[in-house]
Design a protein around this ligand. Sequence first.
Ligand code: ATP
Length: 457
Amino acid sequence: MADDVVTMDKIVSLCKRRGFVFPSSEIYGGLGSSYDYGHYGVLLKNNVKEQWWKAMLQKRDDIVALDSAIIQHPRTWEASGHLAGFTDPLVDCRTCKLRFRADHLDQVQCGRKPSRRPGEAPDCDLTESRAFNLMFETTVGPVQEEGATVYLRPETAQGIFLNFRNYLQFSRKRPPFGIAQIGKSFRNEITTGNFIFRMREFEQMEMEYFVPPAEAQRWFEHWLSERMRWYLRLGIRPDHLRLRPHTTEELSHYSSATSDVEYLFPIGWSELEGIANRGDFDLTQHAKFSGQKLEYVDTATGERYVPHVIEPASGVDRCALAFLVDGYDEDEIESEMRTVLRLHPLLSPVKVAVLPLVRKDGQPELARSVYGEVRDRVQAEYDEGGAIGRRYRRQDEIGTPWAVTIDHQSLEDQTVTLRDRDTLAQHRVAIDALGDELERRLRAPWQSPKLQPSGRT
Ligand code: ATP
């Protein structure tokens, strides 16, 4: 395997330079752990979400979609246990006035002595740790009065449990079946940093899979392997991905088994997704707090039970970061360094760039008409400014897998060259056949070229 040249700093700088991610509110000095996605970041995230929906909905017939409200009835969070227990242990330093997560002290830096950990310097003065609730509170209605306090959801999952009855009625599903949702979640995280890995406002992709209690373990194992396959199919290098079962001490009170899908980020192995066997905890709690029956009744046999739930819960932003990190590469072409994002083509923000070799002799006109045709089929970009080498480099940096170049021969025989980002191979293709060829390549299996350095040209 090639030496991995990627660092978090290189990713942050590429993301800013090429319009993937910007610090939020930058003109006011930024806001901790908030980021804005630029054009290519939006396209990348859309592709991640599209692939998730595809795996959850399009390729199965046992899962249905939901988009629930961000602000839900406040009893939701009493029932789920978030109001009492969604806390992190917090310590303050009386000397440097910074706050730290007590369980992250070995990963962060002291405010006054950047080379040391909090508590290491003689004048560090840390308080006892206390529980800090991560939910953002706000008020519904014009008057700030009791009973109007609500919370921005810290996870999307609870919206699914609140709709369980609706789904039993309208979707005509019976366990095993799932409800999937993608949406924003909010957590007032104490330890920030690490770019989009940990934000206060982020997007989750969660699916709750309701099963007969006796089948819970089997489905838990099913989802462990399904989710691992999803990341691998999208090109994550197998030696950078692992499943880590939670220890008994780590398990949430409601879970009998949880495994994290972890990726080897430049900051070390870290969670990408949690897959949990939640038992009947959530439905039972919401039934208790709402007074409604939340169970499945088989009308034919009269059998009734509270389904158990298997939950794969992933983050769009962490996935996007993992794909960026896994794809980032540097190589040398004609003694010039190039930075290239070797993204799976299905995830690349732009699939094809259409480039006239020169800005004259009818080439831009033909290139524009080719662009008009391919953009109907795939996300495309037209660029006629500057030297062709510079235009290729720009596309390499945003991860565009193919570039179509229109040259003098194109005007004579209606063919173009199709350049491959990873192999740098160029093939001549008839303009008529271009759309089909791009779609064929897009559907073909793909493996990270970082796994096979000898394949590079
Ligand atoms: P961590 O231990 O890193 O705080 P978690 O175990 O609390 O994460 P879950 O509650 O299991 O996370 O949430 C499911 C997924 O949502 C995570 O695997 C991650 O991809 C994403 N996620 C959670 N918190 C954040 C955050 N602050 N910023 C970005 N993504 C997040």
